[in-house]
Design a protein around this ligand. Structure first.
Ligand code: BEZ
Ligand code: FE
Length: 279
């Protein structure tokens, strides 16, 4: 164990994990070390570069708190979040596809009756959202719990605004006995992910833009079904083909139709996958 060299240090590190009691932890740590060492060898990482890398991760840690989730942004912009979602949500044909969760979901959002306005004063063009929640065989999912959240007309989520007395543009609703839902909100608009921190520096240094195409977030829960975390994207958005976090799926793109009265209407029907242990 003395005089380790660049040729045998990887094996020495791996040997240190040999007694890890949890087999899955052992598998993950072993693979992580192998890939990290391969990465360093492949790019011939200098000490100065790794110091800058550690400094970058340190600043990500410092800026992260309950409101500002810079580690999630890093994972999202490296495509790691979407890769993990894709690998773990390979649903049968016909089921609504999943996409990234993002950093702006909040526990304890207000509950609304069907038809109510979840915007609660958030700036934006009024919009009606409606559709159904069904299972894979077409059966309605009565009472399905829909969590919805979105940015306002300026591209900000309520949690990004200081001093708001109550939540805006987010809420929890329950589908009716036929699995139908409808609520009022505001028109979804494209917005840049927060780029005033280390992740923004990384995007600028690599000539990447921070924009996400306009979307509504949904998380839908119902007994007997897999929880679905997804978005509905707005057709025609210029950023649909270059989402900063790689979350777009064509099946999730819907038309937001301007109504004669001036508000918009978007309709989207969700299809849930039965839970693996469902009867
Ligand atoms: C969002 O859509 O809320 C989001 C997702 C990933 C990173 C930043 C924002
Ligand atoms: Fe979003």
């Amino acid at each position: 164990m003395r005089n380790l060299t660049q040729d045998n240090i990887t094996q020495a590190v791996l040997a240190r994990f040999a007694d890890t009691p949890d087999a899955r932890l052992k598998e993950i740590m072993t693979s992580l070390v192998q890939h990290l060492h391969s990465f360093a060898r492949e790019v011939k990482l200098t000490e100065g570069e790794w110091f800058r890398g550690i400094e970058f991760l340190t600043r990500i840690g410092h800026i992260t708190d309950a409101q500002r989730q810079e580690f999630i942004l890093l994972s999202d912009t490296l495509g790691l979040s979407m890769l993990t979602v894709a690998m773990n949500n390979d649903k049968p044909a016909g089921c609504t596809e999943a996409t990234v969760f993002g950093p702006f979901y909040v526990e304890g959002a207000p509950h609304f009756d069907l038809g109510e306005d979840v915007a609660q004063g958030a700036a934006g063009v009024p919009c009606v959202v409606r559709g159904t929640v069904r299972g894979r065989d077409g059966e309605p999912v009565p009472g399905a719990e829909l969590h919805v959240w979105q940015a306002d007309a300026e591209g900000k989520y309520d949690v990004q605004r200081e001093g708001l007395a109550a939540h805006q543009a987010r809420g929890v609703l329950h589908a009716d006995s036929r699995g139908a839902y409808h609520f009022r909100s505001i028109l979804a608009e494209a917005y840049p992910i927060p780029d005033d921190g280390p992740v923004g520096e990384m995007l600028r240094a690599t000539k990447r833009h921070p924009w996400r195409p306009a979307h509504l977030h949904f998380m839908i829960r119902a007994p007997g079904y897999e929880t679905l975390t997804t978005h509905v994207f707005r057709d025609g958005d210029p950023w649909l083909d270059s989402d900063a976090v790689f979350g777009v799926r064509q099946s999730l793109v819907a038309a937001w139709k301007k109504q004669p009265e001036g508000h918009y209407l978007v309709e989207y029907d969700f299809v849930l996958n039965p839970a693996k242990d469902a009867p």
